[in-house]
Write a protein that binds this ligand. Structure first.
Ligand SMILES: Cc1cc2nc3c(=O)[nH]c(=O)nc-3n(C[C@H](O)[C@H](O)[C@H](O)COP(=O)(O)O)c2cc1C
Length: 208
C-alpha cells in the first residue's frame, strides 16, 4: 500500500496543517507498518508551474529534448506518477486568501491529466482516480462554517472536494483546524482537536 504525503504550508515548523498531516500519516503508519510513504514538501520545493515551454518539450521526441527539457518533463511525470501510484493521499493545506496555496495549485495542474486521472466520453466527464482515499489536513486563520458570515469565501476545502470529485475520488476526509489566528488559546484548542482527530484516521483504514 502506497501513501503520498504532501505539505503545502510556507511556515515550516510553525505550520498548523503540517502538524495535522503528520498526525494522520503517523496514525496510518502505526496501523499499517508496511505502508510505503512518499513525501513531497510543496512549501519548500513547489511543483513547477505549467508553461508553454513544458508543453513544447512534451511535444518533442525524447531524443530531441535538451538536457533541461528532459529533466523538466521527468520532474512533471514524477509528480503525476506519484499520485497515480498512491492508494492514500494526505495533503497538508492551509487557507491562503480564501483558497489553496499556489504551490498546491501548481501540483494539481500536473495531476489533472486527461486520459490519466479523468476522461471525456459521450456520457460526460469520467473520473479515473476513484481507487484512492484522500485526507485533507487543513488549517484556517478564521471561521468559515456554514453559519459564519465568511462562509461564502470558503474556496479552500470546497475547491479540493470539487477537484477530487471531478477525478473520481469519492473517499475524501477533511480534518480542519479553524480560527487559528483568532487567539493563542483558540489556535491551541483547534490544533489539539484536529491532531486528535487525525490520530484516529488509522483505525478507519483497518475498517475499510
Ligand atoms: C499568505 C497567507 C494568506 C492567508 N489567507 C488567509 C485567509 O484568506 N483566510 C484565513 O482564514 N486565514 C488566512 N491565513 C491564515 C492561515 O490560513 C493560517 O495561519 C493557517 O494556520 C496557515 O496554515 P499553516 O499554519 O499550516 O501554515 C493566511 C496566511 C497566509 C500566510
Amino acid at each position: 500500500m502506497n501513501l503520498l504525503h504532501l505539505d503545502s504550508s510556507i511556515l515550516g515548523d510553525h505550520s498548523v496543517s503540517r502538524q495535522i498531516s503528520a498526525a494522520a500519516v503517523a496514525a496510518l503508519r502505526a496501523e499499517s507498518p508496511g505502508l510505503n510513504v512518499v513525501y513531497r514538501d510543496l512549501g519548500a520545493t513547489p511543483a513547477p508551474h505549467q508553461s508553454g515551454a513544458l508543453l513544447a518539450a512534451r511535444g518533442l521526441d525524447p531524443e530531441a529534448r535538451t538536457p533541461d527539457q528532459t529533466r523538466e518533463v521527468a520532474d512533471a511525470d514524477a509528480i503525476l506518477n506519484e499520485f497515480l501510484a498512491a492508494d492514500i493521499v494526505v495533503i497538508g493545506v492551509p487557507m491562503y486568501n480564501f483558497g489553496i496555496p499556489s504551490q498546491l495549485k501548481s501540483w494539481i495542474d500536473h495531476i489533472a491529466v486527461a486520459g490519466k486521472t479523468f476522461r471525456y466520453s459521450e456520457a460526460g466527464v469520467e473520473g479515473l482516480a476513484g481507487d484512492k482515499r484522500v485526507i485533507l489536513a487543513s488549517s484556517r486563520g478564521g471561521f468559515y462554517g456554514p453559519d459564519s458570515p465568511a462562509a461564502g469565501l470558503q474556496h479552500q476545502e470546497s475547491y479540493l472536494r470539487g477537484f477530487f470529485a471531478f477525478i473520481g475520488v469519492q473517499d475524501v476526509e477533511v480534518v480542519s483546524a479553524e480560527g487559528v489566528n483568532i487567539s493563542p488559546d483558540q489556535k491551541q484548542a483547534s490544533l489539539d482537536a484536529a491532531v486528535a482527530e487525525a490520530g484516529g484516521l488509522g483505525r478507519l483504514l483497518r475498517a475499510a
